[in-house]
Structures are given as C-alpha cells and as structure tokens.
Write a protein that binds this ligand. Structure first.
Ligand code: LLP
Length: 418
C-alpha cells in the first residue's frame, strides 16, 4: 500500500497535489511519501515480530537521500552501507555506528579504516583477502573488528541476472565449500572478532523458495561450524524481498517472509539481522514527469516525457516495468511508446503500453520509483540531476536540489595549456 492516490481527479502524494509540486519545483522530480516509508518500515518490522527484535539495517543503496534515511532512523532502523559515501550519509542521518553494517566486495583500505574509526557494528567480509587486510589494519590500531563472513550459497534467486548475487559464478561472498576452513583461519586472526555469517542472494525476489534454500544451507553450515568449536552468534540474512511493480501483482509479504525465517532459524540461537532496501522504499516514491510532446509513430504514438533513462535507469538497464499513470486522468486510454529525450533508443520506458490518454503539457508519474531511482541517476546528455521532494501530510520539502548542467559544469576546469 502507498499514499499516492487520486483525490477529486488529481493524483496526490498524501495530502499534497502533484500538480502543486510540479508547479513549485518543476519536472522531472522524484516525490517520496513519508507515511509510506514509515508504513513499510513498520510492516517489515512487524513481519519479523516472531524473531524477537532482530537488527534491521536499511540498504542505503536503494535510496540514500538524507531525509529518507532520517525517516528510517527515527523508525529505529540502522543502515547497510557499501561505500565510504554511504557510511558518511548514514552517520549524517544520525544512525548509531553500532547499527551500521558495511557490505561490499571492494571495500578499500581507506573505507575499512573509516569503518574502524567510526566503530561500526559489523563488517560483512566477502573474501579471505579482505578479511586479512582488515585484521592487519585493525590489529595495528589495537582494535578487533566485529565481522561476519558472507557466504555464496550457489542458489539461483530467480531474478534478473544483473541483480542476482548468490550463484557460484557471481562475485559475492565465499564459496560454501571453502567456508569451514576459512572461518577457522579468520576466527584466529588478531584484528577480527568473527561473530557469524552473512548472506544476500539477490534483489526483487518474487518467491521465498530460493531464500529458504539458501537459509537452509546457512543453517547447515552454522551447525557444522559450531560442531568444529567455532562461535557463531550473529547471522545477517540480507535483503531481496520483491515489490509489486504492476498494479495487481502479488508478492510474498513481509509476514510470510518472517514466518519462513522463523521456521528455518528456530534452533539457530543467533542474533539475526536484515538488510531490506526495495521493500521499504520502492513504492514510497514516484518520478513525476511532464509530456513534452506526442509524436506520430508508424504504429503507436511516441509520448516524449521530460524524464529520461539518466533519471530512472531501471527500464533501460534491466528492461524493468514501471506503472505509468496520468496525474489528472480524464478516463480515456491510449496505447503509446513512452520515451525520454535522450539520444539513444535505450531511452525507452515502455513500448506499446496501454495508459491514460495524455497530451503535450500533461503530468504523469512512473510509480515504484522510490528505490533504485534517483540513486542510479547520471547526468548523461548533460541533463543534470533531478530534485527530490519529501511529502509529509499536507506539507512538502525539497530534500535534494536540482543539479543543473551549469552546476555540474562548474566542477570542470580547462587546463591552462588548452
Ligand atoms: N544487502 C546487500 C548486500 C545488497 O547487495 C542489496 C542489494 C541489499 C541488501 C538490498 O536488497 P533489496 O532489499 O533492495 O532487494 N539496482 C537494482 C537492484 C540492485 C540491488 C543490489 N543489492 C535494481 O534497480 O533493481
């Protein structure tokens, strides 16, 4: 459920008309609903109620906007970060260092050191090489870094190939067969406090089955490690729960997910952590855009909107579907090719899509754009970065300014020899 709905024929975000936002801020613009973020944060937490009070770290990569992080921090969420930049954002949003988990295959020495400086709660280690490096850095500083070993369980998440992370040939985690020996080696390193395991097999999962398969493998490994005398007190089960992108689509709910986790982990006796991203932020945002013009096509017309693949990359990158709807639908429908202004054919949001009838100047939204939307934007075609707005009841604020082509150009210099 989200808080983007028609009121007197005009789409609103909570109590604010999207027409008002378009007039005040311009288009394209990302619009987030605080009530939806809060609702999703609570529904996810409630779904895990049977597990006691597990640690929940929002995957910052899904939506790193500071205001979004602050909303979640106020809901008691921690952060899953994958770069120094994301760590800085989580700290700026007042997330407690102890509630921050640092994931990612390519943490640099500077990033590992930043994590140690900050006293983050856990490093999720992705290789023996990384673990030895972290141990060496921590030991010279007289520290022991709290960490978990990320396991690659070789499970097909059944999602898009580009966002699948748990197959043996993906770059993530330690191959399961290597885990017992490596765990024993790393547990003995002076700079590490190896407390457990981590796993994340992919994103936008539409079935719980691959997660269950992967968690069962973690359970077997956990018992094997304990039988060998190792300590395993923490397990991080990652994120990955999918969200509906099409009206009417039904995906496993947080409650069903929580029930499955409770069943599988019943006798694990560990502190569990989770790293949800999309399920919290996805349906809490829309990309508001204006139709520039409608161009005659050989078959269907081209609806040329002022948002483009640089603003919302998912359709171009993964062939993803985002529902598209008029802000002031008149009741008539049309079939159109929905495209942006960028000079490549990849800048296509949908071909032959049935949608509300629109004409030049009309406003429309791409729905479910709150996760992996603004954060994946680029300035391709020198289009600048889209602003972000957070709505809260009947008020709204611009929480990220539009970065126009001139601001981006301001960071460039001409060398004096040119
Ligand atoms: N934890 C780790 C270690 C991850 O790599 C990810 C996502 C998450 C948690 C959060 O997963 P979620 O709950 O959001 O599924 N750009 C792609 C998605 C990439 C996801 C990468 N990792 C997209 O637009 O679909």
């Amino acid at each position: 459920m989200d808080h983007f709905s028609l009121r007197d024929g005009v789409m609103h975000a909570e109590d604010v008309s999207l027409v008002t936002i378009a007039e005040k801020v311009g288009t394209p613009v990302y619009v987030y609903s605080r009530a939806t973020l809060v609702r999703h944060a609570r529904v996810f937490r409630d779904g895990l109620a049977a597990l006691g009070s597990p640690h929940i770290a929002f995957a910052v990569k899904a939506n790193p906007n500071l205001a979004v992080l602050k909303v979640l921090q106020r809901e008691g969420y921690g952060a899953d970060v994958v770069s120094g930049g994301e760590l800085a954002r989580a700290l700026k949003a007042d997330m407690a260092p102890a509630d921050i988990v640092f994931s990612g295959v390519g943490k640099t020495q500077a990033e590992l050191t930043f994590g140690l400086d900050t006293g983050i709660g856990q490093f999720n280690l992705e290789s023996g090489e990384e673990a030895r490096e972290l141990s060496a850095i921590a030991a010279t500083r007289g520290q022991r870094a709290p960490c978990a070993l990320r396991i690659n369980p070789d499970v097909d998440a059944g999602t898009h190939d580009k966002i699948s992370t748990g197959k043996a040939d993906n770059k993530f985690g330690i191959p399961l067969p290597d885990a017992p020996a490596l765990y024993a080696e790393l547990a003995a390193l002076p700079g590490l406090d190896l407390r457990g395991l981590a796993i994340h097999i992919g994103s936008q999962l539409s079935s719980l089955d691959p997660l269950e398969t992967a968690f069962l493998k973690i359970g077997t490994l956990l018992k094997r490690l304990r039988a060998a005398g190792q300590t395993v007190s923490h397990v991080d089960l990652g994120g990955g729960l999918g969200v509906p992108y099409k009206a009417g689509e039904v995906l496993p709910s947080p409650a069903e997910y929580g029930a499955m986790v409770a069943r599988i982990t019943r006798d694990w006796d560990v502190r569990l952590s989770f790293e949800p991203g999309r399920v919290i932020a996805g349906n809490a945002g829309v990309l508001l855009t204006r139709v520039i013009r409608v161009k005659r096509g050989l078959n269907d017309p081209f609806l040329i909107v002022d948002a483009a693949m640089n603003d919302l990359a998912r359709p171009a990158l993964y062939g993803s579907w985002h529902d598209f709807a008029a802000v002031e639908p008149a009741g008539e429908r049309m079939t159109a090719n929905i495209v942006g202004p960028i000079c490549e054919t990849g800048d296509t949001f949908a071909m032959g899509r049935e949608c509300d009838r629109l004409q030049a100047g009309d406003l429309a939204v791409f729905r479910t754009a709150g996760a992996y939307g603004a954060t994946m934007a680029s300035s391709y075609n020198s289009r600048g970065f889209v602003p972000e707005v957070l709505v809260d009841g009947d008020r709204f604020a611009v929480v990220a300014d539009r970065l126009d082509a001139a601001s981006i150009m301001a960071a460039e210099t001409l060398p004096d020899w040119l």
